[in-house]
Write a protein that binds this ligand. Sequence first.
Ligand SMILES: [Zn+2]
Length: 386
Amino acid sequence: MNNFSRKGAKKQRGNHDRKACIAPLRLCGKILISIVLVILSSPVFAQAPANNYLFNDTHFHLTNYIQEGIDIHDFLKIMGNKAGRVALFGIPLQQQWSYRIDEDRGPTYYLNSDAPLYYYSFTDAWIATAYKSLSKADQARFDPMITGFNPTDMYAADHIRRVLRTFPGVFSGIGEFTIHKEFVSAKIAGEVASLQDQALDRLIEFAGEVGLVVLIHCDVDVPFAKPGVEPAYAKQIKALFKRHPNTTIIWAHIGVGRIIRPIKDQAALVEDIINDPQLRRVYFDISWDEVAKYVVSTPESAKSAAAIVNKHPDRFLFGTDEVAPPDQEKYLRVYEQYAPFWKLLTPDASEKVRKGNYERIFDEARRKVRRWEQTHVKGGSSNSGG
Ligand SMILES: [Zn+2]
């Protein structure tokens, strides 16, 4: 606003002679500017980003492996006008600080210690509380996710139901939770998670019933797999998806990781899922710098990834997988890493992967979960959640 008035003042000083003939125009301009400013300062526009943001973020961790992170109000500033909406979660696993093992070196990441990780359910209360501290308009920019359950436990679905009942109007999905993950799965205290666990079926079934989006991390293979051997989990994960055709599932990172390279037939595996009419509700997120690394590693790899996405633009979503980034530069890192890939997408595919698919999927989830809450939570849902 200051810029407008300062510029206006300068002009007034410099253009006395032309003043008379342009006065009506200036008046029109002033009225127009006032109208625009009134619109921009209305509550809707003040909080929601202008529609020129770069992306919606399907995959974002507000807290890290020791449940520390950034304040959600600070994160809103980091999102700025770059990220429109964000699927928000913590991390369901807590890295234990074992004095016997690590003495004074308190580990902050799972690779820092041989001490185990354990499921930390309080993360859901933490995320819900952060979300509820926001204004309604700011809440509309987030889709909080429930993650604090043990997917090997038949009671996992009951935890999700309890969280929905405790915090109605908040959550849109479950995840990111992990079944097989390099370096992580073997470190989790208790039973190793499995794609063939009844407990997992029970919780994915329940998510479908409620309308919760499922964001699942599961490596497609084991680390350092022998060449020529069938990828360890490709068949199992497809079978899991098949058992739940009515649940909306996003396969995080398309099953690749830091050292879990895309398998030789990764493209075929993805297309096989996409072309299966029973798996219409299965999507893929391309989050994590480790995934971007494979996509943009050579012009050929970027081209072949873009070819699949251009062919099936409705099935892929962008996400950052950032963990509590300290500033906007760090937050936009993965988006920028994908620059060569973005250039190869058609305008339609680019728009859908960066924004449109997120909106379609999470809008539907919000509607369904709020409806479920209205009939299953005592007194109905108080917050519309946008
Ligand atoms: Zn993640």
